[in-house]
Ligand binder design. Structure first.
Ligand code: GDP
Ligand code: ZN
Length: 341
């Protein structure tokens, strides 16, 4: 098969929590000591979440410390406290402890496999969500970009697509990659052809994330770690994973982790999207992510046209006329089928 491969199933979902409390939830404030872990500031940022504890980066950006979670937060960790959350700290008997979690401005989440009604938050307070695709090895999966946009429809984070490993393409393959991603670019989503080997696109990526908090999403092997290294060539990053001295390296993690670069850019690296199983898109997110299909559907004879078999279908007519990419209709049809109603 050529450069362009099939689609696969991520289920990471970027969704703004509408039910967030407006103010931080205090935990037992009367009993706790005043914060003493991040002097000069009451908050720190969660860089990783473990069992009953989190690692937090102090507000000066230089110190990672472990803080214990109170029982109520420990019971709902990954939902109520996640990487990227801002927390207020206190100290109990000299041990740092999370006092409260601030309201979030954006959330990357997926349904909990064990409890579909509960969200597992992969990262909070994200500015830019970067979908990293590989042009080849592994083959390009343009359908993943369509899913990504559905997942982001409600997230509160700006999308960006990186097509990495352009160095592996000849001119004809390059054209077919451009064509495969053209429908995404046509939606106004920045598409950055890139190569960590030749340096193509790395300045554009750096400019898009500089000084902001970005999350890297993508299957294993597409080049997320390589891109993160390229953003921080001097290797000057503040430790972003685990506790210092626990002997576990960056590559052993199976959780989201946050890395802060010297210029203040923060990058959250998430586990491969493939691991999470099925995710059901909802109607509003689907429609928001497929304005092109929705627009052509206005010309369908039937209001509830599925754009598969009905006569006088405006969407299929648009594909036939070359006004809509067939891959977009294929993604739409596949996502509708997975919705499973
Ligand atoms: P991750 O699993 O998404 O973090 O991917 P890695 O960054 O570990 O990269 C997976 C493999 O792809 C490694 O062997 C990298 O050396 C290779 N790789 C990363 N970027 C590029 C690129 O731009 N071009 C080529 N040819 N290989 C790359
Ligand atoms: Zn139709």
């Amino acid at each position: 098969r050529g450069v362009v491969g099939g689609d696969a199933l991520p289920d990471e979902r970027m969704r703004r929590r509408r039910d967030e409390p407006a103010a931080p939830r205090a935990h037992d404030p009367a009993r706790d000591d005043p914060p003493d872990v991040a002097p000069g500031s009451p908050t720190a940022v969660v860089v990783s979440v473990g069992r009953g504890r989190v690692d937090v980066l102090s507000s000066d950006g230089h110190t990672v410390v472990e803080a214990l979670l109170p029982d109520d937060l420990a019971a709902t960790q990954q939902t109520d406290v996640a990487v990227g959350d801002e927390v207020a700290l206190t100290s109990v008997g000299g041990v740092p402890r999370v006092l409260a979690v601030s309201a979030r401005r954006s959330v990357l989440a997926r349904p909990d496999p064990a409890n579909p009604h509960r969200l597992r938050v992969l990262a909070a307070n994200i500015d830019v969500a970067v979908l990293v695709l590989s042009c080849r090895r592994p083959a390009l999966r343009p359908g993943l970009a369509d899913r990504f946009l559905v997942a982001l429809a409600d997230a509160g984070a700006a999308p960006l697509v990186v097509a990495n490993k352009t160095d592996l393409l000849d001119a004809a393959e390059r054209t077919s990659v451009d064509e495969a991603l053209a429908p995404v670019a046509a939606l106004g989503v920045p598409v950055v052809p890139a190569s960590t080997h030749t340096g193509e696109g790395l300045d554009a990526l750096a400019a898009a994330v500089r000084g902001r908090r970005a999350v890297l999403v993508g299957h294993s092997g597409v080049g997320k770690s390589s891109l993160l290294n390229a953003l921080d060539p001097a290797g000057a990053r503040v430790v972003g994973v685990g506790r210092t001295g626990d002997g576990k390296g960056r590559h052993t993690t199976t959780r989201s982790t946050l890395t802060r670069l010297p210029d203040g850019t923060e990058v959250v690296d998430t586990p491969g999207v493939r691991a999470f199983g099925l995710w059901r898109p909802d109607d509003d997110a689907l429609r928001a992510a497929f304005p092109d299909v929705v627009r052509h559907a206005a010309a369908c004879r039937f209001r509830d046209c599925s754009h598969v078999v009905e006569p006088d279908c405006g969407v299929r007519a648009a594909v036939d006329a070359g006004a809509l990419a067939g891959s977009r209709l294929a993604s739409w049809t596949r996502l509708i089928a997975e919705r499973g109603d």
